[in-house]
Design a protein around this ligand. Structure first.
Ligand code: TRH
Length: 398
């Protein structure tokens, strides 16, 4: 048995942008954290610099190799390329099973010791995740093993992505009321609107946004909704009566709507911290909403055969046991339940029940944060795991 684990010093992440922003959003956070907090040399191979640039404006387009925030960013154009063992990092992460270049895998198989090859999977609260986390899988031809690494909500998973200083940054931001007002003012939120329920809205195009807007308009309490450009385009256009460009705004009934620009990733965090309720989607904004310690509603990425319904229920079961209104609202928002509440009156009831519970859910969100912190953070758990595999591989050679 080894007394020490061998610390990996270099790491590469291969990220393919399948659709949307989440893949690069997650890989970019992970890359930065590994570099800044673990002192690892990180290279990020990314196939879509344009999408990357939307969340990180420092990124240059049409550049083969650039350094951003200390991370080497390489444009991953194709599967070609000849690699030698010196090119191979100690840890190789393929995000979400993306197919890394065969030349790179061939060189990995020649390294001594082998790099730790990890397939970083998607987040799910389903029970089977614990059983699959860190499972090895041998390459069909080459003498190299890949390990499945699952983020998750329990100590028997990889945990959630979270930078070490995040809680402190959030607390400082939220405790500065003038700072929060100034942050939101840049998106057109007036001092009077600061007293309303402030809601950020990020969802997939099939979300029932028009129904929600109608319920908000007719509700008693004023609501200020902040929606980034390109989100819920049709319902937002219908509400505004004009193109949903950044700066566009309109009030109807109790609802004031502001269209924001698509903001850089750190500002998106601040937006979540500044609002009273956040509608989020996919994986990364979903996790960041949890770290915002504010009530949130998750729009889950749709999958074939409604597999996402199972995932949604699994999460709601572990998260919202105390608030039935949140579960009912979330299921309807995701189209899981329709029968009893498909009319507008049903929406208003769902919303008013949920809204009444928002203060209680806000209190519970701090307990959830504490519970999640006990699992450690994904980047640290990943480094620890890779270190143990690498140590074992090195010892076997001695
Ligand atoms: O963009 P998404 O829908 O990504 C999804 C999920 O990751 C899903 O698991 C994946 O399979 C699918 O894409 C293909 O939602 P997500 O995960 O919340 O990622 C959005 C990212 O965009 C996140 O990092 C936050 C960032 N963002 C900004 O930086 N600025 C903004 O204004 C907004 C609205 C988001």
């Amino acid at each position: 048995m080894s007394l020490h684990t061998i610390r990996p010093t270099s790491l590469v992440i291969f990220c393919k942008v399948v659709d949307n922003y989440g893949d690069i959003g997650i890989c970019w956070r992970l890359a930065r954290q590994l570099q800044h907090e673990h002192g690892i040399d990180v290279t990020l191979w990314i196939d879509d610099l344009r999408t990357f640039r939307r969340i990180c404006p420092e990124v240059l387009l049409d550049t083969e190799m650039q350094v951003v925030a200390g991370v080497a960013v390489r444009h991953w154009r194709d599967q070609e390329g000849v690699f030698v063992t010196d090119d191979i990092a100690d840890i190789v992460i393929e995000f979400f099973g993306c197919d890394i270049p065969p030349g790179y895998v061939a060189a990995m198989a020649q390294c001594e010791p082998r790099p730790v090859w990890i397939n970083l999977e998607g987040l799910s609260a389903e029970e089977w995740v614990e059983g699959c986390h860190t499972l090895p899988s041998s390459h069909p031809r080459l003498p190299i093993t890949k390990y499945f690494f699952f983020p998750g909500f329990t100590a028997r998973t990889g945990g959630l992505l979270r930078e070490s200083g995040l809680g402190e940054q959030r607390r400082q931001f939220q405790s500065d009321r003038d700072g929060v007002a100034a942050f939101l003012a840049q998106f057109g939120v007036t001092p009077a609107e600061m007293a309303s329920l402030k809601v950020s809205l990020f969802c997939y195009p099939h979300a029932p946004v028009s129904e929600l807007f109608a319920a908000w308009q007719r509700g008693g309490a004023p609501i200020t909704c902040l929606v980034p450009e390109g989100v819920a385009v049709e319902p937002v256009r219908a509400f505004l009566g004009t193109d949903p460009k950044p700066g566009a705004t309109r009030t109807q009934g109790a609802l004031r709507l502001h269209v924001l620009p698509f903001v850089p990733q750190p500002d998106y965090d601040r937006l979540l911290w500044a609002c009273d309720l956040n509608f989020v989607r996919g994986e990364d904004s979903f996790v960041r909403a949890q770290w915002a310690c504010k009530p949130f509603v998750w729009h889950i990425y749709p999958q074939d055969k409604n597999l996402h319904h199972v995932k949604l229920r699994a999460f709601l079961q572990c998260y919202s046991s105390g608030a039935e209104s949140l579960a009912a609202f979330s299921l309807r928002w995701n189209g899981v339940t329709v029968e009893a509440t498909q009319d507008q009156a049903g929406w208003r009831v769902l919303w008013s029940q949920f809204q009444a519970d928002v203060p209680k859910i806000a209190q519970d969100s701090a307990d959830w944060e504490q519970k999640m912190l006990e699992n450690g953070d994904l980047a640290s758990n990943l480094v620890k795991f890779a270190g143990s595999i690498r140590s074992a591989a090195t010892e076997n050679k001695v």
